[in-house]
Design a protein around this ligand. Structure first.
Ligand code: NAP
Length: 232
């Protein structure tokens, strides 16, 4: 598949945390300008310095507030616990206007994280879309990728299923998946995110049952050079 130029400044809201920092690391390594967002700009700057330290300083990573990061970015990735999902989205509503919001949130409700528990909107991604309104592009991705794998150079044995409110937004998100060194698939409209978010509880259950930490999923039965996905 021919790939058009990609949006080059990514904000990772909650990028001080486990999943967001791993994604930020991979995108910085791939040459993107990465802005780590946090409720606390000092914490964000410390996370940015960690990534700069790991990558030898030859990359662009900065830390700031969630709002400032969202304002300055072309595409905004949300990596906060479900308990902070609505509050965080509402806090950046103006800043993300006209951009794509990539929601990584899984609506886990501790302590029963091995049980699928979806919110009334259907999924966290649909909730994000409802909060932001019909004019905003929202996609959903990376819910099945363990943060533990993101900071390591080895290939990750887990595909990324991308849903979203438009095909154009899904394609932009698939470019971020590819840039992170992962295989991504266009998994259809945002309503399908319920399955992918729910799969995370299934994977956590399998991890617990098997003593593993990194259970994942792969799409089979389609050639990996198919035009339907974006791979390395
Ligand atoms: N961890 C994984 O392996 C993994 C895999 C796939 C998907 N996910 C999903 O990705 C999201 C983030 O997971 P995570 O493990 O990275 O979470 P985390 O490390 O616990 O938290 C991420 C960041 O969210 C912010 N945050 C935490 N509590 C908050 C609150 N009450 N209000 C506002 N912000 C708060 C914090 O940033 P500041 O304090 O800097 O604001 C924190 O660093 C979750 O929805 C999770 O289900 C995680």
């Amino acid at each position: 598949m021919a790939i058009s130029p990609i949006l080059s400044t990514i904000a990772v809201l909650g990028g001080t945390g486990k999943e967001g920092k791993g994604l930020a690391y991979r995108w910085a390594k791939a040459g993107f300008r990465v802005l780590i967002g946090s409720r606390n700009p000092e914490k964000a700057r410390a996370a940015a310095l960690d990534i700069l330290g790991l990558l030898g300083g030859k990359v662009f990573v900065e830390g700031s507030t969630n709002i400032r990061a969202a304002e300055l970015a072309e595409i905004v990735v949300l990596t906060v616990p479900y308990s902070a999902h609505r509050e965080t989205i509402e806090s950046v509503r103006e800043a993300v206007h006209g951009k794509i919001l990539v929601d990584v949130t899984v609506p886990l409700m501790p302590p029963k994280v091995t049980r699928v528990q979806m919110p009334p909107a259907g999924s966290a991604a649909q909730e994000a879309s409802a909060i932001l309104g019909p004019d905003m592009q929202v996609t959903s991705a990376f819910q099945n990728i363990s943060h533990e794998l993101l900071m390591h150079p080895e290939p990750i044995e887990c595909d990324v299923l991308v849903t979203g409110t438009s095909q154009a937004a899904r394609l932009e998100t698939l470019k971020l998946v590819q840039a992170a060194g992962l295989v991504g698939w266009d998994a259809g409209p945002i309503e399908n995110s319920v399955v992918i978010e729910g799969l995370t509880s299934v994977l956590i259950h399998i991890n617990r049952e098997t003593g593993s930490r990194n259970a994942g999923i792969k799409i089979t039965g389609i050639r990996r050079d198919s035009e339907h996905h974006i791979a390395l």
